[in-house]
Ligand binder design. Sequence first.
Ligand code: PLP
Length: 384
Amino acid sequence: MSSPNQRIETKVVHAGEPRPRIQGSVCMPVFQSATFEYAGEGRYDDVRYLRINNTPNQLALHAKLAALEGSAAALVTASGMAAISTTLLTVLRGGDHLLAQNCLYGGTRDFLVGDFPRLALHVDFIDADKPASWQAQLRPTTRAIYVESMTNPLLEVCDLEAVVEFARSNGLVSIIDNTFASPVNYRPIEAGFDVCLHSATKYLNGHTDLVAGAISGPAELVERIRHRLNMLGGSLDPHAAFLLNRGLMTLALRVRYQNESALRIAQFLAAHPAVVRVNYAGLETHPRHARARRLFAGCGGVLSFELKRGAPGAEELCRRVRIPAVAPSLGGVHTLLTRPATTSHAGLTPAERQQLGISAGLLRLSVGIEATEDLLEDLAQALA
Ligand code: PLP
């Protein structure tokens, strides 16, 4: 059984699991059924059907995710983008205005810039590290403020405490994408955010074998988001839900290991003569190291860096590494190396990338759970 006082290592295994166990099954079985027998439900949102997000594998995940984030309710979705878009389309209505951090995951930024105008929604980007500048960007129609716990791919840590405070004093809904920290390193709801989102594709699942999303927040708002999700249809399939539940069980073990491994690799890269810059908040030289230490239990498995030889050097490194797969995505057991300019942020123009500080040669490394020594040896031979 799970209780709110338990540690996260216990909750990932036990929270949300059915009690009594179904047929004594220690693992939550997969209910691979699109529909369930009518049991007198009166409302459309109560009909038990996969798209309505209330079937056994989805409900088990809702309870587990709420326990991990310390939220009243949670919802699982078919992808991180489904979590982000459905939340924003619930919190905002035509004519509303959003304040969003200026360096966001490329897909999120594309949605805000590309799709908002067609929906009569408005966005302004803020320097999330300069709270004094936010008031001037506030409009009578501003409804929400949107940030990421660590930015992708530059690993900046904005003034998250000021975001919570600003939202409270101006009646805004504070929304955070917590993908890069995971609830092991940071729990935004406990820190005062209203809504916490994840690409569960990343650390939460951790095995790079499915796409999913998660939303946590107050019960009434999560229920409204569920209603919109029921209409928009971004619902998670039971088999993916089963795999996500299994992946979650090792979340704390994986992320703690990745925190330690990534820090050692960041230190190695920072001292390497071929490297000009390393972005990792766990490094004492990172401008927001003190803030990261205060807010986070660890800085996660992702770091980014630039080589003296720029883009040609980055391309060569991608060809020479033996352990990392050169692929987008992050947070899983496999170490992945990618160039954001050609993957996660390929949707931006070169000028937009330059303005955000994402150079053509920037490399992002998502450290997996392989032996740190093997990764260090591999990077050393590739950089030599
Ligand atoms: N948020 C962040 C920070 C991400 O890095 C990503 C994907 O890379 C997403 C959201 C989108 O998630 P998904 O690919 O699961 O839709």
